[in-house]
Design a protein around this ligand. Structure first.
Ligand code: S6P
Ligand code: ZN
Length: 188
């Protein structure tokens, strides 16, 4: 075969997640997260950055491996920690691997029939996300949560299902640290 493009290397700062050379970056500010938290988001003029995704330049084809770094800031909306929106893959059976690099987080996983699992996402954690499991990350610490993700190239992202039904559980700040509680807004 004639290769589609040349090999490339990206230098990643394991503490900050920043890439050299810089890569295309998508940003979610608090005002972009309206409707994703149990409480109404009150994004004042400061409208803080919640998370960034730094994408490697790879075609969205199933012969390739998409990869990216996510940097999720510390913070909360009410008792609910800052988190990513979370999604199923559009092609449901497409799997993914997360590797924790910095900070302290949780990976919340759920199936369409309502099962859920919550895994620690900490430096060195290699979390395997099988096809069919929606995934969301939550920063339960005081520092940015940084993780690397690699997934099947044609997976695509279905945000609408999660936007509508939510996850079965929320990760919230309790008196003695993070707690996993049922999501009162979960809609099967
Ligand atoms: C992509 C992978 C991650 C997330 C990122 C942001 O399949 O799971 O790169 O895209 O952590 O989360 P979300 O839910 O807003 O895409
Ligand atoms: Zn994914």
């Amino acid at each position: 075969m004639i290769p589609a493009f040349d090999p490339f290397t990206t230098q990643m700062n394991l503490a900050t997640g920043l890439l050299d050379p810089e890569r295309e970056t998508t940003r979610q500010h608090l005002s972009d997260m309206q409707g994703w938290y149990a409480e109404t988001v009150d994004a004042d003029d400061s409208d803080p950055l919640v998370y960034r995704v730094l994408h490697m330049p790879v075609p969205e084809e199933n012969s390739e491996i998409q990869c990216s770094t996510t940097v999720l800031e510390p913070g909360a909306v009410g008792r609910e920690y800052f988190m990513t929106r979370g999604h199923f893959h559009e092609v449901r059976d497409r799997s993914e691997v997360y590797i924790g690099l910095a900070g302290e987080g949780r990976l919340v996983l759920a199936t369409e029939d309502g099962r859920h699992v919550v895994e620690p996402l900490v430096p060195g954690a290699v979390c395997y996300i099988p096809g069919g499991w929606a995934h969301r990350t939550v920063n339960v610490g005081d520092e940015p949560l940084v993780f690397f993700a690699a997934f099947v190239g044609d997976a695509g992202h279905d945000y609408g299902t999660i936007e509508k039904q939510g996850f079965p559980v929320l990760v919230v700040a309790g008196d003695d640290g993070p707690e996993v509680v049922p999501n009162p807004g979960y809609d099967t």
